[in-house]
Design a protein. Structure first.
Length: 588
């Protein structure tokens, strides 16, 4: 379990622990005509000090079921002394659109993390409210929207993961004689109450002797560090209308799988009888998980570059309504300055050289006024600026010498930075490109191609959207819900994070309260035109917004960096491998 914090007299330490929340639903509404709903759960929370919902994660989408057990789980810090509100929304996913309004709403509940924790090992079961505009608990016939089951479990502090590869022998032969069946398996862990908690769902394989792809799971998620904890593996045959029929199960443990090495476990039929089917353990290897901190402390250098949108849709810089307007007050920076300061202030601590390349796009540049989508903001032969003050100075000087134009094209700069990343793929350097933009992208196909090509490189791309434009395309590039692709090629990994600046603005208003800015501002809605440069109570307000913006912008960088290192087999220390044995055991 979680280690007790070190006793340090004269200081304060919050009583926290990491918990993992599993999500299941039963008897959901069926919104499809010819098949069953394809549910996905969207989870929201209210960050500390705020009073509005912020999306936390989206689960996977499960096809054709009204009783989903979601594999993706919530991992968060449980703080006993705080109220931690959560909101769970269920949707029937009908397309690849990231916009939730394009999908059928199935129901929601609101609760606190403490309520889920207090429900214990049986889990919290609540009826879903089918009306998204009501916060009261459903009553009467609203129970027809189904129920949600939330189960929290404390996680141990472990830095190991296990890679498991299963195969099968004579899987499904007892039920399918006419056609070659599609088969899959699930891994569940059993808690103290004997409830099964889904950990992994495999892909579907056709044939009675399948070999499934290997899966890698953290040891704390698989068994909470207890390598003798009971794990249940269920094998299914997929029938007509995507129905699942369990044709065999076995109980095992991580220690047993490691000891087995390569071998097999006989499956038992749901009625308890032994079958002719065997689950083959082709691989079971435990190795350490390396963190962002591990790589940074072992010499990986982070390099951050800025790309600034100088298209005319930003407005004339001399106009107070422009997103590039320079206020006389240093406590009232424009959105571009805020984004540079917020992210740069944190990133510069990881860059010993403090040299930042700064690019511009969408402007006519001197001396001839040619349109450029990749020019140095310094307007010299070098793109580098020293420190964040140097970036700010070059940005302001550039505004006075270029003419804003258009259109909004990302691909030239992405390809330029990707070329630098391609020259340093050994783990010593990692690149971050921060694109600040106000407009709807005009070279989407080329940008998708550039991102897919760059997804194998040590590169992350952060897009900050400023202003009130429709940023639907940016959400598509983000790739959290649906992996970005180009001409059928999927990105090797998710390297894009999109954050709307207006979210930080709304957060500031909800935190500071009345008196912030001018005019009414609702959560998620940008301020009216001309009000980016309004007076605010004090300099601390903008510092709060910068902290919030930096948190949103940099949230995915550690996982993206470690994801790259893992994909290339780059690690800061030695790996551990389990010994291999080969034998057949019968499940009892």
């Amino acid at each position: 379990m979680e280690a007790v914090n070190a006793f340090n007299p004269g200081t304060a330490a919050a009583p926290t622990s990491s918990v993992e929340i599993s999500i299941s639903c039963r008897n959901l509404l069926d919104k499809d005509i010819l098949s069953k709903s394809d549910p996905m759960c969207v989870v929201y929370h209210k960050p500390r000090g705020t009073d509005h919902w912020v999306e936390l994660l989206r689960t996977e989408t499960i096809k054709d079921t009204l009783n989903p057990d979601f594999e993706r789980k919530i991992t968060m810090e449980y703080r006993f002394e705080e109220q931690q509100p959560l909101r769970f929304e269920l949707y029937d996913i009908d397309s690849s659109s990231h916009n939730l309004a394009d999908h059928d709403f199935l129901g929601f509940i609101e609760c606190t993390l403490a309520t889920i924790v207090a429900a214990g090992s049986q889990g919290l079961t609540q009826p879903l409210n089918p009306n998204p505009y009501l916060t009261d608990a459903p009553s009467g016939k609203s129970e027809e929207a189904g129920t949600i089951i939330l189960l929290a479990e404390e996680l141990a502090s472990l830095k190991d993961e296990v890679t498991i590869k299963f195969g099968g022998s004579e899987i499904g032969t007892t039920t399918c004689f006419i056609f070659r069946p599609s088969v899959m398996y699930t891994i569940s862990k059993l808690n103290d109450a004997g409830k099964s908690i889904l950990v992994h769902r495999s892909e579907k394989i056709t044939g009675r002797n399948p070999t499934w792809l290997p899966t890698t799971i953290s040891v704390r998620s698989l068994c909470n560090g207890d390598k003798d904890r009971t794990l249940k593996v269920d094998c299914y045959v997929i029938g007509m209308a995507a129905t699942l029929k369990c044709i065999g199960s076995c109980n095992t443990s991580l220690n047993q799988l490691v000891e087995l090495g390569t071998g097999g476990i006989r499956l038992l039929h749901p009625d308890g009888k032994e079958t002719n089917s065997t689950l083959l353990v082709l691989q079971c290897q435990i190795k350490p998980i390396y963190t962002f901190l591990d790589y940074i402390q072992n010499g990986t250098q982070i390099h951050c570059g800025f790309a600034i949108d100088f298209t005319s849709s930003n407005g004339d810089p001399s106009d107070p309504s422009s997103l590039h307007f320079f206020s006389d007050s240093p406590s009232n920076p424009n959105p571009y300055e805020q984004a540079i300061q917020s992210v740069g202030t944190i990133i510069q601590d990881y860059d010993s050289g403090k040299m930042f390349p700064v690019y511009g796009f969408g402007a006519r540049i001197p001396p001839l006024g040619a349109v450029s989508h990749n020019f140095y903001v310094t307007l010299t032969q070098s793109s580098y600026c020293y420190g964040i003050p140097g970036v700010m100075e070059s940005y302001r000087n550039c505004i006075r010498q270029i003419q804003m134009y258009g259109p909004t094209c990302f691909s030239p700069i992405i390809n330029h930075v990707a070329q630098m990343a391609a020259q340093n793929q050994n783990g010593e350097h990692y690149y971050i490109l921060l694109i600040i933009t106000d407009g709807i992208i005009t070279d989407m196909p080329n940008t998708k191609e550039a991102i897919v090509n760059a997804s194998t490189l040590p590169l992350s791309i952060i897009i900050i959207g400023v202003g009130g434009a429709d940023f639907t395309a940016m959400e598509e590039l983000d790739g959290d819900a649906v992996r970005i692709s180009f001409n059928g090629r999927l990105a090797a990994r998710d390297i894009v994070q999109f954050v709307p600046y207006r979210d930080a603005y709304s957060w500031m208003k909800s935190t500071v309260g009345p008196g912030f800015g001018a005019g009414p501002v609702s959560p998620g809605i940008p301020p009216p035109a001309g009000q980016w440069a309004v007076a605010v109570p004090n300099d601390a307000t903008h510092k709060l917004a910068q902290v919030k913006l930096a948190q949103e912008v940099l949230a995915e960088i550690p996982d993206q960096l470690t994801g790259y290192m893992k994909s290339r087999g780059i690690f800061p220390g030695k790996t551990h491998s389990a010994s291999s044995k080969s034998r057949l055991v019968t499940n009892t």
